[in-house]
Design a protein around this ligand. Structure first.
Ligand SMILES: *Cc1c(COP(=O)(O)O)cnc(C)c1O
Length: 458
């Protein structure tokens, strides 16, 4: 190992506190230092190249080193690094807003920029809350969210989050929210089976809205895929029915597409699968193609207009972040959209998704695969101790991690969610690499759950 790499590793272990990482374990190992990337691959300082199997934690879209994004950033750096969006504007922020509104579901008209997904969620929550005050209905202060939902790690976002492992300990700091069941078919919280259930989980949510709609400002959820909750895929018809209940009960719908946005589910936005327009759409992660932090809270003219007034009426949306609308990040986001057009990404995705779905079926034959679910290029493979009883692995078994370790030996980078193995490759991944990713994952699951292959057999 070259000295320079050794030193980076040493500095990392001495000075960096990594997110969502048990540092005691992390410190015991030589860190993997990523030094480069190209297409669907990442390179480490040891000369190994890995398939980026989870898109660098769900942000990368076309791959690494995308000419459109690289050039957009370089050009913008020569013009301007940053200037505020408080009271003035910049070209990339304005041009990107127009492009986003053009591709968003009809009815969404105004783009509010932030930096990370969680901050865009916070902005959405505050917008919804204040909207009702502006409309003379100050009693509508509550949010309805889903079990297993995830909206980021700031306290407002955690308040509407539903993952106990991440969020439970913070309870004393959070505001109260109403909870509807998760659309988790494999372990249906209502004890029913799809499709005979008639998508009853949506009706459960509807009942809460019908009885308490007067107190509820908005429903917030991830459309179609509860990503961090375990890549849980909603049954068809769920989302459209939620929209209908929200309309009937005069409750806003906030769709958090931080994970699902930008083609990940096969359409530009997941809500398009059911022709649903939310009142507030939250975007992040893939927005810059995985290059820079940038997020957006996009809303309707109806909500925007409620905040208009004379200065002394104090109807202003008093919320913002220092780097909102950063020109370099916005330029990267425009490069991302250019790459979508130049590569015909959404069209090319159809064949990849079909192949991905076909290959994923094989996993069902593995004795410890309880459930395989996917939407577009987002997939979750839930491992169980026993298929019949669906007995889950104990967290202590760290079964997802074992799979990821085997995959790493075969130069595939994965990051599981508990006992759910996650596949979420960049949309730009070539077909051969997609197949390799799936094959390595299959073999890694087999090794982690059944032991090493018997080399004596053909
Ligand atoms: C990742 C994620 C967030 C949080 O985004 P950050 O950029 O990590 O703050 C919010 N919502 C969903 C659905 C996400 O997957």
């Amino acid at each position: 190992m070259p000295d320079k790499t050794k030193q980076i590793g040493a500095y990392d272990r001495e000075f960096v506190w990594h997110p969502f990482t048990q540092m005691k374990q992390y410190e015991e190992k030589e860190p993997v230092v990523i030094v480069g990337g190209e297409g669907a691959y990442l390179f480490d300082s040891e000369g190994r190249r890995y398939i980026d199997g989870v898109s660098s934690l769900w942000v990368n879209i076309h791959g690494h080193k995308v000419p459109e994004i690289d050039n957009a950033i370089k050009e913008q750096v020569d013009a301007l690094g940053h200037s505020t969006l408080l009271g003035v504007t910049n070209a990339p922020a304005a041009l990107l807003a127009k492009e986003l509104v053009d591709i968003c579901p009809p009815g969404l008209k105004k783009v509010f920029y932030s930096g990370d997904g969680a901050s865009a969620v916070e902005a959405g929550l505050k917008m919804a809350f204040q909207y009702w005050r502006r409309k003379g209905r100050p009693g509508k202060t509550k949010f309805l969210s889903l079990d297993n939902g995830y909206h980021g790690d700031t306290l407002g976002a955690v308040s509407v989050g539903g993952i106990d492992l991440f969020h439970g300990e913070f309870k004393p700091l959070l505001f109260d929210t109403l909870r509807a069941p998760s659309y988790y078919c494999y372990r249906c919280p209502l004890g029913k089976d799809y499709p005979s259930c008639g998508v009853a989980c949506a009706d459960e949510l509807g009942k809460i809205l019908q009885s308490r709609g007067d107190e509820i400002a908005a429903v917030i959820m991830e459309p179609y895929v509860q990503a961090a909750g375990g890549m849980i895929v909603a049954p068809e018809g769920y989302l459209a029915r939620v929209r209908k209940y929200c309309d009937e009960c005069d409750v806003l719908l906030i769709l958090d597409e931080v994970a699902t946005g930008f083609g990940r589910t096969g359409r530009m936005f997941a809500c398009e699968h059911e022709d649903v327009t939310p009142d507030i759409l939250v975007l992040g992660k893939g927005m810059t193609g995985g290059y820079l932090p940038l997020s957006a809270t996009i809303t309707t003219g109806e909500i925007y207009d409620a905040f208009l007034g004379e200065y002394e009426e104090f109807k202003t949306f008093y919320h913002g972040h220092s780097y909102a609308g950063n020109p370099i990040a916005c330029a990267a986001a425009r490069g991302n959209l250019d790459a979508f057009r130049n590569n015909d990404t959404l069209q090319a995705l159809k064949e990849k998704v079909a192949c991905f779905e076909e290959e994923l079926k094989e996993f069902e034959g593995l004795p410890h695969v309880g459930n395989v679910r996917s939407k577009g290029l987002m997939a979750g493979i839930e491992l169980v101790v026993d298929k019949g009883s669906k007995e889950p692995y104990e967290p202590e078994a760290a079964i997802g991690w074992k799979v990821a370790e085997h995959a790493m030996e075969d130069e595939v980078l994965l990051r599981p969610l508990g006992s759910v193995v996650v596949l979420m490759p960049p949309l730009g991944i070539p077909m051969d690499d997609l197949k390799k990713l799936v094959r390595v994952t299959y073999e890694s699951i087999r090794r982690a759950t059944e032991g090493e292959p018997d080399h004596g057999r053909p």
